[in-house]
Design a protein around this ligand. Structure first.
Ligand code: TRP
Length: 456
């Protein structure tokens, strides 16, 4: 039996708030910016199918495990791993899993903030009416103008980091609750409006076909699909773990996890259904890369009734979605500084935030002055910019590795009584979950890794 712990950082008011906060973390740029462009770059249908499989067979079981570890440890991921290893009389070395998570979160946020900055700048562009009646070439050059200007990117990146620090400094709960309660449903509604517009382009079925008809796939694309399942559900680095640590003991983790994963997946699929018909209707390239949503959605806003308003609201909501995700990316590190170094929340948030801001400069320059400074790593990738490299290493390597070890810890290190007690779910659910984290999830992650480097 574990000692009874309480979190020094406070607790969510109720289960709904936890679900909202975790959904706020999960739903973000990953769903609306990243998912469509990587699906486009990796050929669509089969990629999407593998992503969905990864959500169900890998993501969901790991989410349950990660929330469970957090709630049992009730501290920052670093101290949670230390405490749980001690409870189970196991090797204290498991603490490195917490450290890797803190590092991954910090690296992800460094570029996440730059992209959120693009979305912020698009609120003002859209409001200025620049997209009225715009052509595909027009949106393209507006996007290129933005990303080739390091000063503008830097300004938005700075503003976004300040916004993130401000919420984290106040404590996660106060900041997040409202944002998610009202804004997420609104984002959902707007996505549906854009999907309806996409239906009027005459190329809707082409978009759907692209998203859902299977075709060829490479080992590397499978790795990207799996990495994205981790990224989009905020798994493998302790974000969901730290949110779990603020969850009170009486709530069901399994149910909550299913709801979070479902909401996240629906938002991603809606984004795909909004974007690809516009891509095909305007003769754009599905594999256009990170600029894809910025080069497609403005066409919709420039041509539909009330498009300027819809566009402004849409980009505003996208920024909010990114904001509620960004918060979860530094919370593990902030919680750690508060616990171990006795920092105030404000001081901890500012410290981590400034470091993140600094690393973010590399991403700012990746789209302009450092565009040609690229790196290749044999078996993994060729000619990647600083941004590409960070994104690849975090999403496709660190998160799946983190997730793999979370699954191994929950299934093989913790005693069965501990996990059964903590999950307190019906026996059938429990057994399915346990079978998945014991065998299916770890094997799947390992097989995908091996396939990606061409070893099988
Ligand atoms: N899931 C978020 C998105 O889809 C990003 C994110 C937030 C994240 N916290 C995370 C990704 C933790 C990985 C790990 O935009």
């Amino acid at each position: 039996m574990a000692e009874q712990r309480t979190s020094i950082h406070g607790q969510w008011t109720n289960r709904t708030v936890f679900i909202l906060a975790a959904t706020g973390s999960a739903v973000g740029l990953g769903n609306i910016w990243k998912f469509p462009y990587i699906a486009g770059e990796n050929g669509g249908g089969t990629f999407v199918l593998i992503y969905l499989l990864c959500i169900g067979l890998i993501g969901l079981p790991i989410m349950i495990a990660e929330i469970m570890l957090g709630r049992r440890g009730k501290q920052s991921p670093i101290n949670t791993m230390k405490a749980l290893a001690r409870d189970e009389h196991r090797n204290p070395g498991w603490v490195w899993l917490g450290w890797m998570g803190v590092l991954a979160g910090f690296l992800i946020l460094s570029y996440y903030s730059v992209i959120a900055g693009w979305a912020m700048s698009y609120i003002f562009r859209t409001a200025g009416g620049i997209f009225q009646g715009v052509t595909a070439d027009g949106v393209n050059s507006i996007f290129t103008d933005l990303v080739s200007d390091p000063e503008r990117l830097l300004a938005w990146h700075t503003i976004f980091m300040v916004m993130t620090m401000a919420v984290v400094a106040r404590g996660v709960k106060n900041g997040i609750e409202k944002a998610v309660t009202y804004l997420m449903p609104l984002l959902f509604g707007l996505l549906i409006i854009i999907v309806i517009y996409a239906m009027t382009t005459g190329h809707f079925m082409e978009g759907i076909d692209f998203l859902f008809s299977p075709g060829e796939i490479t080992g590397k694309a499978i790795l990207i699909a799996m990495g994205h399942a981790f990224f989009t559900l905020s798994l493998g680095m302790g974000a969901i773990m730290v949110y779990g640590s603020y969850l009170s003991d009486e709530h069901s983790i399994v149910q909550a996890s299913i709801m979070i994963a479902l909401a996240d997946t629906v938002v991603a699929l809606l984004a795909g259904m909004a974007i690809f018909p516009i891509v095909f209707a305007n003769g754009l390239e599905p594999g256009a890369g990170p600029g894809l949503i910025f080069q497609t959605l403005p066409i919709a806003f420039g041509h539909m009734q009330g498009g300027t308003l819809v566009g402004v609201v849409f980009f505003t909501l996208l920024v909010f979605a990114a904001w509620t995700s960004a918060i979860s990316l530094i919370e593990p590190a902030v919680a750690y500084l508060v616990e171990n170094l006795g920092y105030s929340r404000i001081y901890a948030a500012v410290t981590i935030g400034m470091l993140t801001w600094f690393v973010g400069l590399g991403t700012v320059f990746s789209f302009n002055v450092w565009k040609d400074k690229t790196l290749s790593i044999p078996y993994l990738f060729d000619n990647f910019t600083f941004f590409d490299t960070l994104d690849y290493l975090t999403a496709n390597i660190m998160l799946p590795l983190g997730g793999l070890f979370i699954a191994l810890f929950a299934a093989w290190v913790m005693r069965k009584e501990s996990t059964r007690e903590e999950l307190a779910t019906d026996p059938l659910m429990y057994n399915i979950w346990r079978f998945l984290v014991q065998f299916v999830t770890p094997l799947a992650v390992i097989v995908v890794f091996l396939k990606a480097v061409g070893a099988i």
